[in-house]
Design a protein around this ligand. Structure first.
Ligand code: SAH
Length: 257
């Protein structure tokens, strides 16, 4: 093996990707481990939902690469992001791949890691506070409560035309809390299906917009009102369906601060 290719191999061995969950918005909700990695990384690859305060933690010499995505508008296609991570790691860089919330919850973190694994790139995963946990906590909505909900489900509202269908009958249970990610546009479809499968039109619901950020807004109403509430809200927003949302008014500590 020539000297050049040997050093290439050594550099590639040093290359490493940390897939880091950056939390739902409030920079203080980043984990201590996530913060340490951002400070140390040579390259930071980040999404639209990662806050500026978190990016400001990066080393001043770090290469900052924005690959943000919006619904229906992919700034950088997923396969290019995957390739970028592989390439930077193979250059021997420590890459921090930052994602809003938790990387394994509707974050396509699994897909990126599969690509790294197939290319022999080493990686680690640092979980983050997912929007369903962060935004509801700041809205004073406990996801479970002995008097209201014995289970909670996280569902994507971004329904693929040819993809797997949602199993509505398993969702429409009165003692179950439902949290829809990316569901604003699909609110009429969500509402219609939940009612069709037996959920009461009077069950309470909430939409949490920009959860955990200073601009957080919470809209509450009943299931039948959900589509009109969704028209007032802007992204990123979570839809929460279930009687736990009725506790918002009593437990809204964030607004009181
Ligand atoms: N991996 C992320 C989710 C990415 S999908 C996580 O674990 O939180 C993007 C969706 O997450 C948005 O459409 C919205 O439904 C939700 N979301 C992310 N941040 C949010 C926030 N601060 N407030 C409300 N919803 C949020």
């Amino acid at each position: 093996m020539s000297e050049v290719s040997q050093s290439d191999v050594q550099r590639a061995e040093k290359g490493f990707v940390s897939l880091v969950g950056a939390g739902p918005g409030d920079p203080d909700l980043l984990t201590v481990k996530g913060a340490r990695i951002i400070q140390q990384a040579d390259v930071v690859v980040y999404d639209r939902l990662v806050s500026k305060d978190i990016l400001a933690l990066a080393n001043e010499n770090a290469e900052m690469i924005y690959v943000g995505k919006k619904l229906d508008f992919h700034f950088v296609p997923q396969d290019k992001i995957n390739q970028l991570l592989v390439d930077k790691a193979k250059e021997g860089k420590h890459v921090a791949r930052l994602k809003g919330g938790d990387p394994f919850i509707f974050g396509r973190g699994g897909e990126e890691l599969e690509e790294l694994a197939e290319n022999g790139v080493r990686f680690e995963v640092v979980p983050g506070i997912t929007a369903a946990a962060g935004a509801t906590a700041y809205a004073g909505i406990p996801l479970t409560h002995r008097s209201h909900a014995q289970s909670v489900q996280f569902i994507t509202g971004h329904l693929q035309k040819d993809g797997q269908q949602i199993e509505w009958p398993s969702l429409a249970q009165s003692n179950n809390t439902l949290v829809f990610y990316m569901g604003l546009k699909q609110c009429p479809v969500i509402t219609e299906n939940l009612m069709k499968h037996g959920l009461s039109p009077d069950i309470s619901c909430a939409i949490i917009e920009k959860g955990t950020r200073a601009e957080q807004r919470v809209f509450t109403g009943t299931l039948s009102e959900l589509p009109s509430l969704a028209e007032q809200a802007i992204s990123p927003a979570l839809i929460v369906v279930g009687s736990v949302t009725s506790l918002h008014e009593k437990l809204d500590w964030f607004k009181l601060q």
